[in-house]
Design a protein around this ligand. Sequence first.
Ligand code: DX5
Ligand code: ZN
Length: 224
Amino acid sequence: MLHPPILISPSVLDSDLARLAQEVDRIASADLVHLDVMDNHFVPNLTFGLPVVASLLEHTSMRADVHLMIEDPDTWAPGYAEAGAATVTFHAEASRAPVKLARELRAKGARAALALRPATGVEAYLDLLPEFDMVLVMTVEPGFGGQSFIDGVLPKIRRTRAAIDELGADIWIQVDGGVSRDTIARAATAGANVFVAGSAVYRADDPATEIAVLRELATQAWTD
Ligand code: DX5
Ligand code: ZN
């Protein structure tokens, strides 16, 4: 198996959103900051959109990992790439033309990522993997932080990693939802290398310690 980088991407969903820039400063030791954009249509929750993300990017040097849980990403996603997001992730269930959109995001300088809800199969996308820089395999139903990790998604992660290895491609697999000290090793062993953690990091006494512990557990699982 190729050894991709191990990256920790805390989600600010569980932070004090009125103090967003300061909350991002608290996770400066992380590799990315995960920004959950929800529109109350694709998921039954509402967070923030492009004006807030663009403004935040003016206040941080961290690379932004934008997770769009919105309808019509074909229209809205390119704006996040233009605002300087490092990665723009959109949902397979919401996009009308995922390959066209991924190419547009790449052309605007962002990494393009495809997200799959727990019940969405990866099979239809295996031949198209080279069009993407990352696949986000959701490990909870998107919409809320603090949910339990769904172990039934692990075989999908394994199949995705096997397909990436077969291609010999540098494509990352992200997991998002219920990632914690208890679950991160299972996700890493299955082949995930980018780990979103919301409540595990922001409800910890010391976010920096939690980030270090999660990174160590994931690295250990990859070397075992
Ligand atoms: C859920 C979001 C996640 C969420 C993760 O729909 O996409 O990024 O913040 O939160 P935890 O880590 O608490 O499950
Ligand atoms: Zn997310």
